[in-house]
Design a protein around this ligand. Structure first.
Ligand code: 0A1
Ligand code: ZN
Length: 877
């Protein structure tokens, strides 16, 4: 392969020809599916007459081609690896093509492929070009008619977008169904599913009184696992009506579960296709976290029907237009449905660990990138999660009413169109009257802004002076950054009263919780009438995706942990307090000095454990120490062993000092009721399980017995998995081995549970875990061709087992590189994602850097897919 070329945002031009209608016929066969396409085309009014017609097409074998019914001669068109060019075409015409493709040989899982014998498609971003010749770009929107022909026995169910309009029998045991989708759509939203599937059906009456049929299609053995997804779908439909005034627009909404899928799910019009892990649940097979993930992904894909499908992206640089907005929408939905405080804590802790790391590494890119080699590499935390944070800031800046007015305007004005981020932000500016020019920099500047804050209290004048300095570090291709418009939500907590003080800023009364706007590189804010010395509570609710430093002392943090009026910042104060203690211990470990437990952390935790609380879910979060990955993110140079040792030391120190409290909390929060994924039950389970993990950190005999009982009671997967994880991670093989064996045998038939079994084992801290990873790769339930298995075994090992992945003999790196090299041929998209931990080499010591780079070089020496090529080139640049 020659070096792949980059696509640039600045080169955007509308297509020379647009498609107004697309008629497809699929004659399915695993090795030789025939796809006939009739495209009704016309010249784009903004483009010159007489331009050639170029269509995308990859790995297609052309069998026939005709223009307005006339077969084309060989010299009238040209085919290369990227597509088809017809040299001369009229202003308006139709083009017929027939191609042959081989779904059974498609291991990349893009385009039409087979999963467990069923046919399914994945077209976003550029998979449709592996199905037929087409202008495969989101700004070409057409109505589709799709006829699917299959074997009546093997594929009794034939699905596509829209509504079924005709069906019938054909000779040789074949049959067909024709689907008509009246809403113009880009090719990336096309979908087809065919196989031996069963459905669960329900219905939803929309706000205007239309009845929509809801179907979830699964393999027969999964019929008992759809209830939660269906209930989530109905909640999401109602929520989008109430929160955004958006109603569903077809008579039928279908979800299909497939086992082989590169991502979580896909919002194809009227026919969402889901990774089975993102839709199937049962109390005995799925954890609370999985139930919540299913709810949010079902909602996310449903919300795309408006934010993505009715109004779509002009080009892939605008990906965050649909993804950032839709993630924000699903986050708000989950917050409304569950505990808003916990939802925010979970989202932010994930964001600060994973997105910050991305923004700080060689693949850092803006929320709107300006070039890419492979768009498949840009379905990232920056586009999705940082994009959502940017929309959240917008929503907070313009206020609730203007945000709703702006979104109404956006959906109405751009319905049926492919638009840009400016169009979205423009609606918000119009609806609010705010100038969002500086705010737009959030979309174009990569890297995490850092705010250095300090404050002084002037007792004599009752003033508090807060100085904020912002700086965004250089990122690849962006050496210099401009100041951003950063909303900082804050309060001043009085040290005498323990209350949020009323705020007066430059003469203006703001209440006790306010947003200040940092726009300059350095800005001073003077609060007056501050009647007592305060501790500032800054960036409440994580009001902007930045790193904020303030010279808090441990007493300040302990005070905020107890008194901050903002629940999120109470949690954050606890995390900061633990971080200060961890920093000391990391240094002690590195210097070979004896480690000493900080008693202030113990006292703070004792306070949490003994205080009256009605929010158990938040308490569970507060009792959870920062993860090793988050701690690493805070260090100038990552020392995995010191981090692991320090965190283990704190955990054991807390467990030893507070053993009886943890035992009590465990006992108080046991549940006898039947399982339900309700916020109240989830809160109790997480609190109880956090307590158990402390007891197991010191291998307390009573704790071990409780873990064993919890595993054997087999009440629900949340408890079973947690207990199994703790037993597996203990130092005693007599605890882990029998439990793992029993679990593996019991669930051998359930592929999603086996994924959990893999993940639990490869996070073991013991040094022999690498051999276990290799051993499990040969297990009959493992397959490199299944992305869920690769993520569960290899992804979990490399991403979560930090001490063992970063072994000093380089064997962890080597294993990952070997898998990447093999997957580069099978599934480039998954291969490229898997490299991530190796791209972070610059954060480690010299010896590890050399080992990691050597593995990247070894990958680079292969014949690479564009996906892997792009990531490796950036990582080694
Ligand atoms: N749009 C989907 C995510 C998705 C993206 C790419 C895919 O294949 C390459 C599949 C799904 C979503 O946001 O859920
Ligand atoms: Zn999405």
């Amino acid at each position: 392969m020659s070096d792949p070329q980059a696509t640039h945002l600045s080169d955007y031009r509308p297509p020379a020809y647009r498609v107004t209608r697309t008629e497809l016929t699929f004659d399915l066969d695993p090795a030789a599916t025939r796809v006939k396409a009739r495209l009704h085309l016309e010249r784009h009014p903004e483009r010159d007459a007489g331009l050639p017609l170029t269509l995308h097409g990859e790995q297609l074998s052309l069998k026939a081609i005709a223009l307005d019914g006339e077969p084309l001669e060989a010299d009238e068109y040209e085919i290369d690896a990227a597509g088809l060019t017809v040299h001369r075409v009229p202003e308006r015409f139709h083009l017929d093509t027939e191609v042959e493709i081989a779904p059974e040989a498609n291991t990349a899982l893009e385009g039409l492929y087979q999963s467990n014998g069923m046919y399914c498609t994945q077209c976003e971003a550029e998979g449709f070009r592996r199905i037929t010749y087409y202008p495969d770009r989101p700004d070409v929107m057409a109505t589709f008619s799709t006829t699917v022909i299959g074997d009546a026995e093997r594929e009794p169910v034939l699905l596509s977008n829209g509504n079924p309009v005709e069906r019938g029998a054909l000779p040789n045991g074949r049959h067909f169904v024709t689907w008509e989708d009246p809403h113009p759509k880009p090719s990336y939203l096309f979908a087809l599913v065919a196989g031996d599937l069963e459905k669960v059906e329900d219905s939803f009456t929309t706000m205007s009184g239309r009845e929509v049929t809801l179907q979830i299609w699964v393999e027969e053995e999964n019929l008992g696992k759809t209830e939660h997804a269906m209930a989530s779908l109905k909640r999401a439909m109602a929520w989008d009506e109430q929160a955004y005034g958006r109603e569903y627009d077809l008579d039928l909404f279908m979800i299909v579960a497939v086992n082989d899928f590169n991502m979580g799910a896909m919002e194809n019009k009227g026919l969402n296709i889901f990774n089975s892990a993102a839709v199937l649940t049962h109390p005995h097979t799925a954890t609370d976290a999985a139930f919540q993930r299913v709810e949010s992904i079902v909602a996310h894909e449903y919300f795309h029907n408006w934010s993505g499908n009715r109004v779509t992206c002009r080009d892939w640089f605008q990906l965050s237009l649909k993804e950032g907005f839709t993630v924000f929408r699903d986050q708000c939905f989950s917050a409304d449905t569950n505990s808003p405080a916990v939802k925010r804590i979970e989202d932010v802790s994930f964001f600060r660990t994973a997105q910050f790391a991305e923004d700080d590494g060689p693949t850092a890119h803006p929320v709107r990138p300006d070039h890419y080699i492979e768009i498949g590499n840009f379905y990232t935390l920056t586009i999705y999660e940082k994009g959502a944070e940017v929309v959240r800031m917008l929503a907070n800046l313009v206020g609730e009413a203007a945000f709703r007015a702006g979104s109404d305007r956006y959906f109405e004005r751009f319905d049926g169109q492919a638009v840009t981020i400016e169009d979205f932000v423009g609606c918000m500016a119009e609806a609010s009257g705010l100038d969002l020019t500086q705010f737009m920099r959030w979309y174009d500047q990569a890297g995490t802004p850092e705010i250095d804050a300090h404050g002084e209290y002037d007792y004599a004048n009752a003033e508090y002076r807060l100085i904020l300095r912002q700086r965004t570090p250089a990122t690849p291709g962006q050496p210099d950054k401009q100041p951003l418009h950063i909303p900082v939500r804050l309060g001043l907590v009085g040290t005498k009263s323990g209350r949020d003080l009323p705020l007066t800023l430059e003469g203006e009364t703001l209440g006790s919780d306010a947003v200040i706007h940092l726009r300059e590189a350095e800005q001073e804010f003077l609060f007056t009438d501050v009647s007592e010395a305060p501790v500032p509570s800054l960036l409440r609710g994580f009001s902007a995706p930045v790193k904020l430093r303030f010279p808090y002392g441990r007493e300040d943090l302990a005070f905020l942990l107890a008194h901050d009026g903002d629940g999120f910042n109470r949690w954050d104060a606890g995390q900061r307090l633990a971080m200060l203690a961890l920093d000391d211990l990391i240094a002690a470990h590195r210097n070979g000095v004896e480690k000493v437990m900080d008693t202030r952390v113990i006292e703070a935790f004792r306070g949490l454990l003994t205080a009256e609380t009605d929010d158990r879910a938040v308490l569970a979060e507060m009792l959870t120490l920062p993860s090793e990955a988050y701690i690493a993110e805070q260090q100038p140079l990552v020392d995995v062993d010191a981090i692991h040792a320090a965190r283990t030391f704190v955990k054991q120190g807390l467990a030893t000092a507070l053993r009886d409290d943890f035992l009590r909390v465990y006992r108080e929060n046991r549940l006898d009721e039947p399982y339900a994924p309700t916020p109240a039950q989830i809160a109790r389970r997480s609190l109880k399980n956090v307590a158990l993990s402390y007891l197991m950190a010191i291998e307390d005999e009573e704790g071990i017995e409780l873990a064993r009982q919890q595993f054997e009671a087999d009440h629900n997967m949340t408890d079973v998995r947690h207990a199994l994880t703790l037993l597996t991670h203990s130092s005693r093989d007599e605890l882990s081995e029998p439990a793992l064996r029993a679990f593996g045998e019991k669930w051998a038939h359930d592929t999603l549970v086996m994924d959990q079994w893999f993940a639990i084992q490869v996070t073991r801290p013991q040094p022999d875990v690498l051999d276990r990873v290799k051993f499990l790769m040969a297990h009959p339930a493992f397959s490199l061709k299944n992305p869920n298995k690769v993520r569960a075994l290899i992804g979990t090992f490399a991403g979560q087992n930090r001490v063992n992945f970063h072994r000093l003999d380089g064997e962890g790196y080597r294993l990952l590189a070997d898998v990447v090299i093999e997957l580069n041929r099978l599934n480039p998209e998954i291969a490229a994602r898997l490299i991530t931990p190796l791209t972070r080499w610059a954060r480690f010591d010299e010896q590890r850097q050399a080992l990691m780079k050597a593995e990247l070089e070894r990958i680079r020496a292969e014949e690479l897919s564009p996906n892997v090529y792009e990531v490796v080139e950036k990582a080694l640049a």
